[in-house]
Design a protein around this ligand. Structure first.
Ligand code: WQD
Length: 336
């Protein structure tokens, strides 16, 4: 099976590339390098011995994308490419709808034109909006109470995939709803290395630990949780990557939807404590500030469906993620 990874030099894409290559899959990567670096290809080669064929192409450049498909003869696409800064999406909604939704429509039209009928889509727990409960299952109604255009684009793309599958019996789509990816490959060669100002907890903790950011602002400690801080389902990025391998090996007609999470929730202060422990007790500077608009108290996956149908479940822990993050930081600062 030959697979095209859009956004494959990104955080989750690069880890998935490694897992696929190590299992003997032939892959190519298409990325516009907006939020990733081309040097990731060398790191993938150092880990696997294989340097994937790379296409510096933007999903809005239809002609360039068609050329990749004409030559590539792909069997399946894993679609990671997309803008994902929640805050920025509120300021620049058209940029997010054009890039994420418009880009995906271009991709789907290109797949149809070149007879590629299988797609795995990188979606997000954000499509659940506010369900009023913490534990999320795939049968819940989505698209209600989503608080940002980024999340809306993920929801709209899910609906597009469902409609395309309705219209074309040959079409197979697997939607993977990620919870909160953290950690890095155990080699320390690849990890989360955003070009932009990070919004997510872990890249901010990383930048506080290196001194690039002065201190972590903890967004509220007055939630109805054991220590008052927000709780999320943090999944090791290598477990998440392995979830994609499981998904491509179990493709079936129509649309299949899976939560990729651990099934457990961890608080902000527990994440801080875990990072400090992995850092040999080195304290992380933080301050408690007001809640962030749109944040929910507690969210975590019910991962039962993926376990049953994909025969996949997480194996790595928060401690593994912290150790691997610190190991990545060591390599990262040496490279700089
Ligand atoms: C996690 C927790 C914050 C930063 C978002 C997107 C979701 C997905 C994952 C892409 C919360 C707290 C954070 C900080 C903090 N992205 N926090 N200080 O909001 O759960 O989900 O990222 O798919 O779609 O919505 O992740 O990492 O921003 O926040 O206290 O500086 O950390 O309040 O409790 P979130 P996050």
């Amino acid at each position: 099976m030959k697979i095209l990874l859009t956004g494959g030099t990104g955080y989750i894409g690069s880890h998935t590339a490694v897992e696929l290559i190590e299992r003997g899959y032939e892959i190519e990567i298409l990325d516009n390098l907006f939020n990733s670096k081309i040097t990731v290809l060398d790191d993938i080669e150092k880990i696997t011995g294989v340097k994937p064929k790379f296409h510096k192409v933007d999903l809005l450049d239809v002609l360039a994308m068609e050329k990749v498909f004409e030559e590539g003869k792909f069997d399946l696409v894993i679609h990671f490419a997309g803008l994902k800064a929640v805050g920025e999406s509120v300021e620049k909604p058209l940029k997010y709808y054009e890039n994420n939704v418009g880009g995906t429509i271009n991709l789907l039209k290109c797949m149809k034109k070149y007879g590629v009928n299988k797609i795995v889509f990188s979606s997000s727990a954000t499509v659940y909006g506010d369900q009023g409960v913490a534990e999320l299952t795939e049968d819940m109604q989505t698209g209600v109470g989503i608080t940002n255009p980024y999340g809306e684009t993920k929801h709209v793309i899910e609906e597009i995939l469902k409609d395309v599958a309705e219209a074309d019996q040959k079409f197979e789509a697997t939607i993977l709803r990620y919870f909160n990816p953290v950690g890095a490959h155990k080699s320390g060669l690849i990890g989360e290395d955003p070009n932009d100002i990070p919004n997510n907890l872990m890249p901010i903790i990383m930048k506080v630990s290196t001194g690039e950011i002065k201190e972590l602002s903890v967004y509220g400690d007055d939630y109805d949780t054991p220590d008052g801080t927000g709780m999320r389902d943090y999944i090791h990025v290598v477990d998440l990557a392995r979830g994609h391998v499981a998904a491509i090996e179990k493709m079936k007609p129509g649309v299949s939807i899976y939560n990729l999470g651990t099934g457990k929730a961890t608080s902000v202060l527990e994440m801080v404590a875990a990072f400090e422990k992995a850092s040999g007790g080195k304290k992380l500077t933080y301050k408690i500030v007001g809640r962030r608009a749109g944040d929910l108290p507690k969210i975590f996956a019910n991962p039962t469906k993926a376990k049953k149908e994909l025969e996949w479940e997480t194996e790595l822990t928060i401690e593994d993620a912290m150790d691997d993050t610190i190991n990545y930081l060591k390599h990262y600062t040496e490279k700089k």
